[in-house]
Ligand binder design. Structure first.
Ligand code: ADE
Length: 231
């Protein structure tokens, strides 16, 4: 079983439409839909925005479906100049940029208990994502850190600060939370994000304009990954 998690309906609905032998299971407020997607046993969920929604959903998915890996897919704001709307960012690792216990001596972003700032993404899954994204005509692909926090970034200074601190190539609200839950259960994970806005003062305009197309891009890459897997 493969697990796919998006924060919003628009980030998974094109894939969900292709699901065959569709079944449903509700766990608390999370709805898991599962069946065959391009020949692969797959479970899909819309977790809702933010780190807690994402971590809870990922943990329920792990405990109820035992996926061999989980991919968090969807849209993100650009993490730096030079990354444009429509580009794809594939995480090498994810960070919780708003985790901050620095007043008691930790580096900003340090997550106690798991003892990490950069929560790793699975290199094999990343390789599959990079290959699949590279096969989509005209798609610019970046690999690097994806920064997650419980805020929509719409100020150039905030984006700059996150980039300077963590080297983030994209900013969003769920990736590191899914990676955190996966890390705690030793489940390989990936984060795939298509850029919908520049995470600056223009984001309030760009986000609604480009989200649908960006969300379609990341689902297209997942389709390529699943079709390329041997059953
Ligand atoms: N998802 C898409 N754009 C985003 C932004 N600017 N900040 C946080 N999450 C996002």
């Amino acid at each position: 079983m493969i697990g796919l998690i998006g924060a919003m309906n628009v980030e998974v609905e094109a894939l969900e439409e292709k699901l065959q032998d569709r079944k449903e299971k509700r766990v608390g407020m999370d709805l898991f839909v599962y069946g065959k997607l391009f020949g692969q046993e797959t479970v899909l969920a819309v977790c809702g925005p933010g780190k807690i929604n994402a971590a809870l959903c990922a943990q329920s998915m792990i405990l109820h479906f035992q996926p061999k890996w989980i991919l968090n897919l969807g849209v993100a704001g650009a993490g730096e100049e030079g990354i444009s709307i429509g580009d794809m960012v594939i995480a090498t690792a994810a960070v919780e940029h708003d985790m901050d216990t620095s007043p008691i001596g930790d580096p900003v972003g340090y997550v106690s208990k798991i003892g990490l700032i950069e929560i790793p993404c699975d290199p094999q899954l990343r390789e599959m994502l990079v290959r699949a994204a590279g096969s989509v005509e005209g798609m610019r692909v970046h690999e690097g850190i994806i920064a997650t926090g419980d805020q929509f970034i719409s100020k150039a200074e905030t984006r700059k600060m996150i980039h300077e601190r963590f080297g983030a190539k994209a900013v969003e609200m769920e990736g590191a939370a899914v990676a955190h839950a996966c890390y705690m259960h030793s489940v390989p994970c990936g984060v795939l994000r298509s850029i919908s806005d520049h995470a600056n003062g223009e984001s309030e305009m760009d986000y609604p304009t480009f989200t649908r197309i960006a969300a379609a891009h990341s689902q297209q890459v997942v389709e390529h990954v699943l079709k390329g897997m041997s059953t």
